[in-house]
Design a binder for this molecule. Sequence first.
Ligand code: FE2
Length: 305
Amino acid sequence: MTMKGVTKLGTMQLKVMDLDESIAHYVNIVGLDLVERVGKTAYLKAYDEFGKWSIALHESDSPGMVDMGWQVRSDADLDRFAARVADLGIDVKEHAAGSKNGVGRRIAFVLPTGHAMELYADMEMAEDHPGIHNPDLWRKPPHGARSQKLDHCLLYGDDLDGTFRVFKEALDFDLTETGFDGDTRIMAFFTCSNRAHDVAFVRFPEAGRLHHCAFKLDSWGDVGHAADLFTQQNVSVDIGPTRHGITRGQTIYFFDPSGNRNETFAGGYEWYPDHPTRTWDPDQFGKAIFYYERALNDRFMGVVT
Ligand SMILES: [Fe+2]
């Protein structure tokens, strides 16, 4: 597959309430590495990522998401996507290279669901990047939950139809799975690659909410290893190990010390552009989200940051 346009989720900035405690969680539990700490912000990355950082933690008085950063194939894509997002009536700002740690020129806008998005073409390569000449699997053994990379996010917000148009009509994402209640779209799972999803949205009364950010694990075996670690380290677990009907991914949901939900995610099918969108009915949403339990729980539906 030749990936064009938006190629991947590259960065995510989170608000956390205690920076030291949060760094310990994302390093020792999630398994990221600390890249650098600048004032009240910490930059981290997973061992299999080439970019300088993928997660930024900002000390704040409340949890939640600051923004998501999407990498595009070329600098010219930034102008093209800026025009297409603006055509939908959304205000688009441009930021100069270097104004965000290690990131080149960016365009920024807020989705109708209230979530801040940025697009960039260039990012500095990490000093501790994966090997590229006779490479080993990793430079030092993976630690914590052995997260390989930032995988995807699920966001909750009110104007799902407006955000749907941005991803479909302006950013050229494919809709892999969706769910309706009558004529109302309840959820939308999007990919910009050949993965089962890179971002997903669920309709929710409040704008701008983060449901979870997910990190990729290698296998079901590593999901089991993460479950062992989370119990041994007394991590606050939401649910899992279990499996999704949507994407078929293998999962554990858990919380960081500020209450932001994290996920460890393995597996998931491959998507190709000729595939039809899979659709779920409301009486099957339980199986869609938790394939083994076949029922949703109130915490999963209502606890967001
Ligand atoms: Fe997820």
